[in-house]
Design a protein around this ligand. Structure first.
Ligand code: NAD
Length: 461
């Protein structure tokens, strides 16, 4: 059977590798083993549920729109479904399925006791008033209310949504289900509304941490590997203590701006952010950009970076303005992708010069491009590993809502790094001892854990 989603192919490869490994599910032999693996393929290839609904939204100008919206629940073997809600004009059902599948695998990889879900609404939020966005958020909860809830499916913010939308949505959930627990129904809420300290920064901090932990901790411990592998990544990694590492970052929103600030202020690695980009421009300065000034600018300009020389000089920021895509092709040591999916593809992969890529966004490198880059010796820290900070702190938020006990910011980041370190300590050593790229290692780990749980739940017979 062919796995449907784009993550299907790598999951399939993981299952093929596990089929050969007789220490995995050793109770299944020969024909029984083949049957069990066929069951695993069918379970992991299809979501448990896809719901589509048209939200009826009266606009302030008197028109009424019917807006397509989705909630996909991929798998809940590990716990309630969990995944963001995206407001973007490019939302499509198949992509929501992909992202829900990735959430199942990501949560399992990091031992977060949630399954995988994802939602989306096909709108450009910039074209709607605040009142209309409020209506859209409430209608989303109203139309999907039967399948959402603190022990069923817990949404969070994604592209185009944030704490404002989560607060509105939780408010609507509470009204629809009076007297029922509601705090854990949404995460990524504002702090006054039960949100966790550190949630906003969690993904960007985690993204940078995966890079830092690789370079600061693993490179020194694996010198032999680097001497044997004179590839693009190895050369950069071995030299990183002698010079500043240059970093380019695509996307300067929630994830990108925090990863940029971490690179700018990090005491462990000597990193210099030479380029950042957003939906309009790339800004470049080979001496390093003033990230604090750029964050200040975006906070006053609806999240957008400066797009003119005048705006740059008014804010005293030194940078050259380049095309939006240019950030992808600069000669930097590290490229952090924190915008949208499918940014590096077969048709543009040859132009990429970076030696390390960290996926802050979900699926920013296509599988074809990933293979090409890995063959060329580029290290890619994949989304499933790198951008889990958000869902991990969402889990802490959900726990805090249950306990009505709140953790300090320091406690949240300590717990976040501890959890990510545990995952990396499982994954990184294997990268240095077997031929699989990191992404494949992550999938094998995750599929193995999921399969064990499904087996123990008696789902493979
Ligand atoms: P965001 O909306 O805050 O920021 C997105 C950024 O990308 C903005 O700077 C925007 O201008 C830029 N952008 C949009 N279109 C672009 C284009 N075509 N080219 C270049 N830049 C473009 O979103 P975010 O929360 O930072 O999320 C970014 C990515 O990270 C998404 O793929 C999201 O799914 C993923 N992600 C986010 C979180 C989280 O906690 N926020 C967690 C996991 C994964």
């Amino acid at each position: 059977m062919k796995l449907a989603s784009k993550y299907g192919e790598v999951v399939q490869e993981s299952l093929n590798a596990l089929l050969e490994d007789e220490s995995f599910l050793p109770n299944f032999k020969e024909e029984e083993r083949k049957k069990a693996f066929t069951s695993l393929e069918s379970i992991l290839s299809t979501p448990n549920q896809i719901q589509k609904s048209f939200l009826r939204v009266p606009l302030e100008n008197g028109k009424v729109l019917r807006i397509p919206a989705f909630r996909v629940q991929h798998n809940n073997a590990v716990g309630p479904y969990k995944g963001g809600i995206r407001f973007h004009e490019t939302v499509r059902e198949d992509e929501v399925i992909n992202l829900a599948t990735l959430m199942t695998l990501k949560n399992t990889l990091h031992d977060v006791p949630f399954g995988g879900g994802k939602g989306g609404v096909v709108i450009n939020p910039r074209e709607f008033t605040e009142k209309e966005l409020h209506t859209i958020s409430k209608k989303y909860v109203h139309n999907f209310s039967d399948i959402l809830g603190p022990d069923k499916d817990i949404p969070a913010p994604d592209v185009g949504t944030g704490e404002r939308e989560m607060d509105w949505m939780m408010g609507e959930y509470k009204s629809i289900h009076p007297g029922r627990p509601y705090r854990g129904s949404f995460t990524g809420k504002s702090q006054v509304n039960g949100g966790s300290l550190g949630r906003r920064e969690a993904t960007g901090k985690g993204v940078y941490y995966t890079l830092r932990y690789m370079l600061h901790n693993f490179v020194n411990e694996n010198e032999e590997w680097f001497k044997k592998n004179e590839n693009r990544f190895a050369k950069t990694a071995l030299n990183h203590t002698n010079r500043q590492l240059t970093v380019g970052i695509q996307g300067f929103g929630n994830v990108g701006s925090v990863a940029a600030l971490e690179s700018y202020t990090c005491n462990y690695l000597d990193t210099k952010v030479v380029a950042v980009s957003d939906r309009n421009v790339t800004l470049y300065n080979e001496e390093g950009l003033d990230i604090k000034a750029l964050i200040e600018f975006t906070s006053q300009h609806e999240g957008d970076l400066p797009t003119t020389d005048e705006a740059l000089s008014q804010s005293n920021i030194k940078a050259e303005i380049q095309d939006r895509e240019d950030v992808l092709y600069l000669d930097t040591d590290v490229l952090i992708l924190a915008a949208l999916e499918e940014q590096i593809r077969e048709d543009n992969v040859d132009k990429v010069k970076a030696r390390m890529i960290v996926e802050g966004a979900n699926g920013p490198v296509t599988l074809e491009a990933d293979r090409k880059l890995s063959d060329d010796g580029v290290l890619i820290i994949p989304d499933i590993l790198a951008n889990a900070g958000g869902v991990i702190v969402s889990y802490f938020e959900w726990l805090q809502g249950r306990e009505t006990q709140f953790y300090s910011e320091e406690e949240v980041f300590t717990m976040l790094f501890k959890k990510m370190k545990e995952t990396m300590d499982n994954i990184y050593p294997q990268f240095f001892s077997d031929p699989f790229p990191l992404r494949q290692n992550c999938y094998i780990h995750s599929v193995m854990k999921l399969s064990n749980i499904l087996y123990r739940h008696g789902k493979l017979y």
